[in-house]
Structure formats: structure tokens, C-alpha cells
Design a binder for this molecule. Structure first.
Ligand SMILES: *Cc1c(COP(=O)(O)O)cnc(C)c1O
Length: 521
């Protein structure tokens, strides 16, 4: 076995590391780790397999004629490789994750325990209905609580994320409009909307038009009313909005939209700020997605699993996608295209192969039931309290553009106004990494210059908030004083400033052996 873990090779160091660097490249307990292709080799393996029996090939000459080239590691090398990589990741189980608009809160372990119960975790989506009554019961009960909490009569459980839920909502809106012979072509979206809103509308073939915000950061009702007309299919409004403010005019907005023959889509990603206190159905919303992975604490981030059920008003309920779980005398039924019957004849179809994200459903239901009505109300109250504590603790050092107009909801919004010349929001974010925090959401929403959006969530204690506030205050003071060292932060992370645009636009996703890469140059 070769001793080559972590990619260290003899030529990499002569034992006399220059000051500030180390022989291994490691820094204290922060370990460097190379790609598995660089540390593995094709003859090491962690398993001892019998030789495959000789069989006649039926591949007609299409057999592989080269080594497959998979890297091999022993079991301890494999375990260390992935453990080292995992330690380079910031996680909600490691510390406060102030990423605004993402509701990065603690995921209770009870949820995990429930999701791993064999009766849920080991099911197959093609099992016969009589063997999965419990799972269908979970979907049905979660649907009940989602419609109860939102005050909406129907819900589609299958969409797999917020953005997927938006697509579901707009497809239902289009079906409803087409059913009355009134296909319309425009979706109105406020300036502060999450990028997924205009993207979804465009994906559905609609023209997207912006509605301006007032100086207070809310939808300009007069401008919205002025734009409404027979070509407008729907408005997509986030409430609480992405400036962390409650849209107080929501009812008036919905009335105006309905009077103009259009429908109201609400982006419910920020439901955590109002759950248990406000029912979107009472505000005139026709469709709203709920990010179970945000409000109902199922793990997310890094493209992990999500679930975006969509609640519907009476007007849109008939167009909801299938499948739907229904309860009958003899148990739960799964209504699919073949069994839809007249009752669901107007459904616009289906969005996913099976029934949705079962693991997220079990976690979300465990979360809802363990909190109860009083617990959920306290969730939103504490989330709002924590955000206001952050806002008021930092507004003397960071510009809070909407601070003067009153309390915020679940997130505190700051701008780069007042930082020293040449210092940016990016510098503040990178400085936070050195302080041991994942940065806040930056440059979003677009209505604020150099936006920094901090969402602490209800699961942080006052002590944790005070430490975070201290760290952000210190970084902000350095950015205001023009501390040049901040411009090259982070100094203590495994990597410094990366070319993030190139990483996003030209990601290198395929490893090439050095000889091959050289030959290609
Ligand atoms: C997170 C979020 C979305 C998108 O949700 P995904 O589950 O990531 O697809 C949409 N709108 C807002 C305001 C969000 O915060």
C-alpha cells in the first residue's frame, strides 16, 4: 500500500517549510486533501472480491478495452478522505448560518429519527398501495396541516423545491385561465423578487414585467394597479418580502389583481416569519409554495433535498397536479391519471415520477407535530425577534436602509453605504469567513446597493447572536476604516479568494490524468 494520503508527495516538501507555511500544507487541524484520483491508484482496494466466473460475452465486441481507471483506496484511506472533505464544509451543525432568505435553522434530531424508521425509509415507490398505507397517511396528514396553517383548501405535495413549486403554481394558473378561454401573457414581479420568480415565469413562456418598490421597500400598490390589465395573468409576490418586510397591502393587492381577472401567486419561502400567525388564504392568495426545507426544518443546502408543496385557493384547486392522496372508508388511495375520474379531470397533469420527497414529508410532519400550534407560533415570533435584535444591534455601524421605517420580519437587511472607498460587501463577507462564519446572503435583494441579508432564525440563542453581532461589527468597522488586510481575506481558510465567476461559468467537473491534461494543452 502506498502512503499517499492527502496527496502529499515527497517532492512537495523538503522538511524546511518557509515561515507561514507547513511541510504538509496542513494548518493545525485544518487538513489539506487532494482529489480521490490524485491519492488513489488502480491496484488498491478495500474489498476482496472473488474473481468473476467466466461467462460468454454478449456485448458483441463492445467490451471495454482499457482499464476503467477508477481510483482505489483502502477502507481507512477512504474514510479519512471523506472525513477530511467533510471538515472543510461549513454546516448548520457547526455554527450560525446567517444566509438570508434560506432559513438555515437547526434540524431537530427527532425528525431524523422518524425519517429513518424502516417503515418509511425502506419503502419503494412501486410497492402496492395496501403495503404503504402508513406512508400515504403521513402525506395526507402533512397535507392537512399545510392547508390548515395556510388557510387554503388544497395542496399539491409533489413539487420538489420552491422553484418547482413556482412552476406548479404557474401551470395551475395557466390551466385556470385557459379553461375560461382567457390565456394571458404577462406576469408581474416586484423588483425585490427572488430570481426564481421571473425565471419560472419566463420558463412558462410568460413575459415578465417589474413592479417598482416604494422607498420603504414594499410593493408600490399604485404602480401595480396602474399596470394591471387584460394581458396580466398573475402577480408573483413574496410575503414577507426579500427585504425582510411584511407586505401590509397584500389584501388590497390581491383584491386589485382579482378585480383585473388575474391571479395571485405568493412566494412562501419566508413563511417561517409568519407561520402560526398569518394564514395566506386570508390575504387572498391563490397559490403559494412552502419550502419544507426552510420553514419546516428539513436539512438543505449545497443542492440537498428539498420539498415545495403548493397550496391552492378554491379557484385553482381543480387544476392541481396529480397524484393526490385521498382518505376513504377502506384506507388511503392514491389518485393518479388512470384513477382520476371526473373529480380531478381538470388537473394539469403530473410533475414528478412518483409522489414527492417522502423523507422531507416525514421530517416536516415530525417537526409540526412536535411543536404543536403554540410551538409554531413561538417559532415565528422568535425568528422575528432575533432578526430585529441583529438589525438594532448593528444599525449604528452598518447602513440599514429600511431600519427607520420600523421593525423587520425574519431577516435584517444592510447595504454597503458607509464602507470606506474601494471596500465592498464582498470584503465584509470574506472577513466573516475568517471569523468562523458562513457569510450572509450578499448582493440580494437587488433593490439595495451591496445588500447584506442576515437571517438568524429562531434557533440561535442570545449568546450565539451576540457573538455573531460582535464578529460582524468588527469586520464592518474594519471595512469602514479601510483596513487593507480585509481586501485579501480570508486569511485563515483553506483557500483564499477564488475566481468565483469562472467556478460558476466554467466549472472543471472531469478529472484528467496529468499526462492527458498536459498533452491537451
Ligand atoms: C429559497 C427561495 C426560493 C427557491 O426555493 P428552492 O427550494 O431553493 O427552489 C424562492 N424564493 C425565495 C424568496 C427563496 O428564499
Amino acid at each position: 500500500m502506498t502512503i499517499n494520503q492527502s496527496g502529499w508527495k515527497p517532492e512537495m516538501g523538503d522538511g524546511n517549510a518557509p515561515a507561514g507555511t507547513t511541510f504538509t500544507g496542513n494548518r493545525g487541524l485544518m487538513l489539506e486533501e487532494a482529489l480521490i484520483f490524485e491519492i488513489g491508484d488502480s491496484h488498491t482496494t478495500g474489498v476482496d472480491l472473488d474473481a468473476a466466473p467466466a461467462i460468454a460475452s454478449r456485448l458483441s465486441g463492445l467490451e471495454r478495452n482499457r482499464e476503467i481507471g477508477l481510483p482505489g483506496l483502502s477502507e481507512p484511506e477512504t474514510v479519512r478522505h471523506y472525513t477530511r472533505l467533510s471538515r472543510q464544509n461549513y454546516a448548520i451543525d457547526l455554527g450560525l448560518f446567517p444566509l438570508g432568505s434560506c432559513t438555515m435553522k437547526h434540524n431537530p434530531r427527532l425528525n431524523e429519527k422518524v425519517a429513518r424508521m424502516a417503515g418509511f425509509a425502506d419503502l419503494h415507490p412501486l410497492q402496492t398501495i395496501d403495503t404503504v398505507q402508513g406512508a400515504l397517511g403521513v402525506i395526507h396528514e402533512l397535507a392537512h396541516w399545510l392547508t390548515t396553517l395556510t388557510g387554503m383548501p388544497a395542496v399539491a405535495m409533489s413539487p420538489k423545491a420552491g422553484a418547482h413549486g413556482e412552476l406548479c403554481g404557474l401551470l395551475a394558473i395557466r390551466s385556470a385561465l385557459e379553461a375560461r378561454g382567457d390565456a394571458r401573457s404577462v406576469i408581474l414581479v416586484p423588483e425585490s423578487a427572488h430570481g426564481t420568480n421571473p425565471a419560472t415565469a419566463a420558463f412558462c413562456g410568460y413575459a415578465v414585467e417589474n413592479i417598482p418598490a416604494t422607498a420603504e421597500g414594499r410593493v408600490d400598490l399604485a404602480a401595480l394597479k396602474a399596470r394591471l390589465g387584460p394581458d396580466v395573468a398573475a402577480v408573483m409576490i413574496t410575503n414577507p418580502n426579500t427585504c425582510g418586510l411584511f407586505e401590509r397591502d397584500m389584501k388590497a393587492i390581491a383584491d386589485a389583481v382579482h378585480d383585473a381577472g388575474a391571479l395571485v401567486y405568493c412566494d412562501g419561502a419566508n413563511f417561517n416569519a409568519i407561520v402560526g400567525r398569518v394564514r395566506p388564504g386570508d390575504l387572498g392568495v391563490d397559490a403559494m409554495h412552502i419550502n419544507l426545507h426552510k420553514t419546516f426544518s428539513t436539512p438543505h443546502g449545497g443542492g440537498g433535498p428539498g420539498a415545495g408543496p403548493v397550496v391552492f385557493s378554491e379557484a385553482l384547486a381543480p387544476y392541481a397536479p396529480l397524484p393526490i392522496v385521498e382518505k376513504a372508508e377502506d384506507g388511503y388511495h392514491l389518485v393518479e391519471e388512470e384513477t382520476a375520474g371526473e373529480h380531478h379531470a381538470d388537473s394539469f397533469g403530473r410533475m414528478v415520477a412518483f409522489h414527492g420527497q417522502m423523507g422531507m414529508f416525514t421530517r416536516a410532519l415530525a417537526y409540526i407535530l412536535s411543536h404543536g400550534a403554540d410551538g409554531l407560533r413561538q417559532v415565528s415570533e422568535d425568528a422575528v425577534l432575533n432578526a430585529n435584535y441583529v438589525l438594532r444591534s448593528l444599525e449604528d455601524v452598518l447602513d440599514a436602509p429600511f431600519g427607520p421605517s420600523g421593525p423587520c420580519m425574519h431577516e435584517a437587511l444592510f447595504s454597503d453605504d458607509g464602507l470606506a472607498d474601494g471596500f465592498t460587501t464582498l470584503d465584509v463577507a470574506k472577513g466573516l469567513i475568517d471569523e468562523g462564519y458562513h457569510p450572509m446572503t450578499m448582493y440580494f435583494p437587488l433593490v439595495v446597493h451591496g445588500a447584506m441579508l442576515v437571517e438568524p432564525t429562531e434557533t440561535e440563542s442570545k449568546a450565539a447572536l451576540d457573538q455573531f453581532i460582535g464578529a460582524l461589527r468588527s469586520v464592518a468597522e474594519r471595512a469602514k476604516a479601510g483596513d487593507e488586510a480585509l481586501k485579501s481575506a480570508p486569511h485563515f481558510a483553506p483557500r483564499r479568494r477564488l475566481d468565483e465567476t469562472a467556478a460558476a461559468r466554467k466549472p472543471v467537473l472531469v478529472w484528467k490524468a496529468p499526462e492527458v491534461a498536459e498533452a491537451a494543452e
